[in-house]
Design a protein around this ligand. Sequence first.
Ligand code: ADP
Ligand code: LRH
Length: 471
Amino acid sequence: MTARIFAAVDIGASSGRVIAGVIDAGTTTLHVVHRFANGASAVDRHLRWSLTDLYGEVLAGLRALAASFPSVESIGIDTWAVDYGLLDANGNLLSEPISYRDNRTDAVIDDVHARVDPQAMYTVNGLQFLPFNTVYQLAAEQRSPDWGRAAHIVLIPDLLAYWLTGELRTESTNASTTGLLDVHTGRWATELFENLGISEKLFPTLDQPGSQRGTIRPEVVRFTGLSPSTVVTTVGSHDTASAVVAVPVSGTRFAYISSGTWSLAGLELARPVVTEDARRANFTNERGVDGRTRFLRNVGGLWLLQESLRSWAREGRQLELHQLLEEARGVGPSTKRIDVDDVKFIAPGDMPARISDAAGLSTSATPAEVTRCILDSLASAYRHTVHTAGELAGAKVETIAIIGGGSQNSLLCQLTADESGLPVTAGPVEATALGNILVQARSRGAAPSSLEEIRQTIAHTQLIQRYEPRL
Ligand code: ADP
Ligand code: LRH
């Protein structure tokens, strides 16, 4: 059998990549053809992504893809969740999308909760409260000059797919992070739209992972050199949904931590849990591939470390991550910890000072000490989140699977095993791209049909490290 080739465009909050996946005799081998940085910056009074630049990087990546893998059949796109762009009636982007880390929702959250009681909202959308859920961003947007001209609200991966194919849709796993999807039916929650004064028609039609979005436009063919028959296939376009496809564990007795800018920690369930206890513990029921439920919490994540590194760099201290982690291992356990979920850590800027202040570290704490405090705090938040998830869902957890870029942080993986008392698997590093690629491949008959079989294949063919808890 000849090898089949699929590509993932996977863009996280801190970096993006275009990756080719070559599937040969049941093994998927990933080749990164293009990597680029991502981040939001202050433009026109808001923290914004430059989606125009990101689209340029996607095209550059697809050109590199065509040069090395001309027989690629299909492309899948995933990015971070909740954010969107507004298009006018002619399909033009009204302005660069505002980042979820912008503080514009501070002024509207009470107003939204006055229109829809948060308890009642949870029973419909099953979503954890995060100040940046799309529903709050749209409430802020309703007061902006762009709102009157907006004809379409398009989630970020769907916007990239629109530019590549000309087709407008809303992918359902990502739609589940808006706060406007009914967690029980997987359809738009019409009553929520009505109560918030937003027209449901602003969102393009819902689309499921595995369906064909469209073929690439002639301009894209000309620029990239890809074949005109190349299609864009809808995948779990919420990056976390694609990542969870690629956990290297089968069965049901595992928790996952998708570790990157955020740490998304929780369980995969057959059905949502929208009890009052789950709401109080701020657990979300996001939609997974194949209609599964991602019952999880957003834990602060490596953003704390990324932002600290940026602050130290601004002070002239260019620290190398590997070296810093080795030094953090050497300083030993931190007795002072922070609540990594505190909303005060969401915004960018001067992170080491904010952490030292919250933890009660001395002002002369070294970068290694601050780093150790972050990692110990993350590991204890993971233990607590995994334990609570199991209790709320009545599920037994026997293993924790850490996936994503943070799975390379061996100190954090070991601390997670030690704190939780559970064995930890670490990897795949590019779980999101792998999940993206395998969902495309499955829809075209090149990968097994069940998520369980896909996960077994991943466990046998990808690089996975193991950490046992130390007493
Ligand atoms: P996102 O998709 O949110 O942009 P990634 O999954 O790419 O995030 O993970 C990025 C994080 O992974 C970085 O912030 C960094 O802390 C961690 N990371 C990346 N490479 C390494 C490495 N070699 N060792 C330890 N940690 C790493
Ligand atoms: C991770 C992620 C997460 C969301 C956040 C906005 O990249 O998609 O699942 O909560 O970004």
